[in-house]
Design a binder for this molecule. Structure first.
Ligand code: G6P
Length: 370
């Protein structure tokens, strides 16, 4: 078993470190040699069908759902097609409005989650085509979907998903660019710029992993707390939700993820002296607003860790107690980097509390009951 962990103490840590490879494996074969476009012939999705899509539903559970939240922003901003997101266990029961020009995207690491499979079947019953983003070739979801985009993250063993989530983000970037290229929704130069930035992600993740020691310290101080908050706006809010789930899953510390601007409408009442708040501040256009939300929690005694882009860190540092800088990338791509420090904080918090990191209580890697 030690050998399978390749020298790492836990599968989760190994899988966190496999993310640069998972990024390369998921993206490189889909980017044309000239680095100018994304080609997803494997989808078997005709240009005619792509041009007919009027709305998208993204349906998934758990961490895969959080990837879908980022996917919504990716698709809406790249192609301006409206996207709704649902957790799979809710989707069927709200009578979603599914029409033949709806593309339903289901996201599932295992490809076996019962709720997600049921949502796929419901979508098909209503005449929609389903694209599955999954990590397992030949899984039930891969077999039943009309179109499949495999995330090449490799086998994921730890219950808390890391490399599968980040590979799902890459899958959304690829699919969004493929749609944009097919529809002509973006300038060719912009598509090329996104691709160039995507290719830098693996090395940028490496540089975050090299700073694990500081994140371990942050995690150790967090491990003494019973509650904490994650805040952010836009895709930072989506990443905050994933960071909060990761922490709950393996450290059992209660946390909530809040849209930074919504905190003041209720949850701010819970902020008291010394409470840790992890604030994601990577979206430059929302930056001033998020900083003012950070001031609101600081004024009530919160201890704030900011996660910001290299280049803005000096400015953000003035408003927070501690700062972790992620390498500079395009705003849309920042989740692919900003989630990595959150994964490491969860891992080290679980370790500090001596929990079973890879097999947390009450949870299963894949849930095949509804
Ligand atoms: C389980 C796992 C989660 C996972 C969710 C969806 O609850 O513990 O980590 O995110 O299922 O799994 P899937 O395989 O569909 O991505």
């Amino acid at each position: 078993v030690t050998a399978e962990k390749a020298g790492f103490d836990h599968f989760m840590l190994k899988e966190i470190h496999e993310q640069p490879k998972a990024y390369r494996d998921t993206m490189m074969s889909r980017i044309t040699e000239d680095g100018k476009s994304v080609e997803l012939k494997e989808l078997g999705m005709t240009a005619e069908f792509i041009k007919s899509i009027r709305k998208v539903h993204i349906v998934a559970c758990g961490t895969a759902y959080h990837a879908g939240l980022v996917g919504k922003t990716v698709i809406e901003s790249l192609v301006r097609i409206p996207v709704e997101t649902d957790v799979a266990s809710e989707y069927r029961y709200r009578s979603p409005i599914i029409t033949p020009d709806t593309l339903v995207i289901v996201v599932s690491q295992s490809g076996e989650t019962a709720d997600t499979l049921a949502a796929l079947r419901e979508a098909q019953r209503n005449g929609a085509r389903v694209l599955a983003i999954t990590n397992v070739v030949g899984s039930s979801i891969a077999r039943e979907a009309d179109h499949v985009l495999i995330t090449w993250a490799g086998l994921e063993i730890a219950v808390a998903s890391t490399k599968a989530y980040t590979s799902q983000l890459v899958a959304f970037y690829l699919f969004g660019l493929h749609l944009a290229g097919t529809i002509g929704a973006q300038e060719a130069s912009f598509i090329e710029e996104v691709i160039t930035s995507m290719k830098q992600l693996p090395e940028q993740v490496e540089s975050i992993l090299e700073q694990s020691a500081v994140l371990k310290q942050v995690a150790e101080s967090i491990s003494h707390h019973k509650h904490l908050f994650f805040i952010g706006r836009g895709v930072d809010y989506a990443v905050a939700q994933e960071g909060s789930l990761k922490l709950k899953e393996i450290s059992y510390i209660h946390s909530e993820a809040y849209a930074a601007g919504e905190l003041k409408h209720g949850t701010l009442a819970l902020i008291e002296d010394g409470i840790p708040v992890i604030a994601l501040v990577t979206q430059e256009e929302l930056y001033e607003k998020t900083l003012s939300n950070i001031k609101e929690v600081k004024a009530r005694g919160a201890h704030v860790l900011g996660i910001a882009n290299a280049g803005t860190e000096e400015e953000v540092a003035k408003s927070v107690d501690e700062l972790f800088a992620i390498p500079k990338t395009l705003p849309l791509l920042s989740p692919a980097l900003s989630v990595v420090p959150l994964q490491l904080i969860s891992y080290y918090a679980s370790l500090a509390l001596e929990h079973d990191v890879d097999k947390p209580r009450n949870l299963a890697k894949s849930v095949t009951v509804e």
